[in-house]
Design a protein around this ligand. Structure first.
Ligand SMILES: [Zn+2]
Length: 318
C-alpha cells in the first residue's frame, strides 16, 4: 500500500510551483536561524526543525483559503508603470485601488508588514507557539519578495512564450545548484522601518525581472527542444523537465542571480525576526526553549497537508 502514497506526495510537490519551491523555502528558513544574535539563537535553534518544516505552510494555505493567493505576489505593472507610484501604505493603496483590485494584483508587501506585526505581538505575549508560526510565515513571504517572477504580471512567462520559467527559476535551479552557493551571509541587522525595507527589497527584485526573462529567451533561441528538456520516469509517469544542460547554461548566464536572491532572503528574514524581537522589548526566550505546538495548531497543519495533497490552488497558481 505504500506506492500510491508516495506517488501522491510527488505529484503534489511537482504541482506546487507557487514560490521558491519547497526545497529553497525550507533551506532559507533554516539558514536564517544562524544569523540571529544571542538572546534569540538558542530558542530558534531548538526549534529549527519547526521553522524548516513549516516554511511552506503559507503555500499550502493557498489550497485551503481563498484569501491566501494574493499574499504571495505583487503584479507591479498591473498597478503602475513605475513601482514608486504604488502607495507604500496599505490604507493609501486601498483608497487608490480598492480591495478587489488589490486581491487580484497582489498584496505581498502589506502581508509582510502584517505578519511582522503579528510576530511582534507574539513576542510581547511570550507565546512561543505563535512566535514560531509567525516566524515561519514571515520567512516565507520575505523569501517570495526576492523572486523576480513574484513581482510581475508575466509571472510564469505566459506573456512572452516562456511558460514554465517560474518553477524553473525558483525550484529547478536551486535544487540543482544550491550545493555550490555560498550561504555565509553574516549577522542579522536591525531594521528601523520594516515596510520601507520591504519596498526596497521588492523594488530591487522587480528590477531583475527583465534579465531573468531576456536571458532565458536568448538561451531558448540557441537550444533545440530536444536539448532544452529531459524526460525521466517516476512511478510509471513520464516527467518532463528543463534539462541539466539547459539549467546550467541559464545558471551561468545569470551571473549568480538565484544565489544572490537566496542569500539576500536569508539575511532579510533573520533581520526581520531580530527586529520584531527588539521592537517587542527583547523578551527572554530562555525559559521557553523547546516548544510543542498545541493540539489546535497541529490539527490545522494536518488539515493544510490534507487539502494540499488532494486539492487545487484556490486562485492563481503563482
Ligand atoms: Zn509563496
Amino acid at each position: 500500500m505504500k506506492r500510491p502514497f508516495i506517488f501522491v506526495i510527488l505529484s503534489a510537490i511537482t504541482l506546487l510551483t507557487g514560490s521558491w519551491g519547497f526545497f529553497a523555502h525550507i533551506r532559507i528558513n533554516r539558514l536564517a536561524v544562524f544569523t540571529l544574535p544571542t538572546g534569540m539563537s538558542r530558542f530558534y535553534k531548538s526549534n529549527i526543525h519547526y521553522l524548516a518544516d513549516h516554511a511552506t505552510d503559507a503555500d499550502k494555505r493557498r489550497y485551503a483559503d481563498t484569501a491566501e493567493a494574493p499574499r504571495h505576489y505583487l503584479d507591479v505593472e498591473l498597478y503602475e508603470t513605475q513601482i514608486d507610484s504604488i502607495p507604500a501604505k496599505w490604507n493609501d493603496a486601498v483608497k487608490k485601488y480598492g480591495i478587489s483590485q488589490l486581491n487580484k494584483n497582489g498584496i505581498l508587501p502589506w502581508q509582510i508588514q502584517r505578519t511582522y506585526f503579528q510576530l511582534v505581538s507574539a513576542f510581547k505575549l511570550k507565546d512561543s507557539v505563535k512566535i514560531l508560526i509567525h516566524s515561519a510565515f514571515l520567512g516565507h513571504y520575505i523569501a517570495d519578495a526576492h523572486v523576480p517572477l513574484h513581482t510581475t504580471e508575466n509571472h510564469n512567462g505566459q506573456l512572452s512564450n516562456q511558460y514554465g520559467i517560474h518553477a524553473f527559476w525558483e525550484s529547478r535551479l536551486p535544487e540543482l545548484f544550491a550545493g555550490t552557493y555560498n550561504f555565509l551571509v553574516g549577522r542579522a541587522l536591525y531594521i528601523d522601518d520594516p515596510l520601507k525595507e520591504t519596498w526596497k527589497i521588492i523594488r530591487h527584485t522587480h528590477q531583475l525581472v527583465d534579465s531573468a526573462l531576456v536571458t532565458e529567451a536568448e538561451l531558448n533561441r540557441r537550444f533545440p527542444s530536444y536539448r532544452k528538456y529531459s524526460y525521466s520516469k517516476r512511478n510509471k509517469q513520464v516527467m518532463k523537465q528543463y534539462s541539466f544542460e539547459y539549467a546550467r547554461s541559464y545558471h551561468e548566464a545569470m551571473n549568480k542571480m538565484v544565489e544572490k536572491q537566496m542569500r539576500a532572503s536569508v539575511l532579510a528574514i533573520g533581520s526581520f525576526w531580530y527586529s520584531a524581537w527588539v521592537d517587542a522589548g527583547q523578551p527572554q526566550l530562555e525559559n521557553m526553549i523547546k516548544t510543542k505546538p498545541d493540539l489546535a495548531a497541529e490539527r490545522e497543519t494536518m488539515e493544510l497537508n490534507r487539502k494540499f495533497s488532494s486539492g487545487k490552488i484556490i486562485g492563481r497558481e503563482n
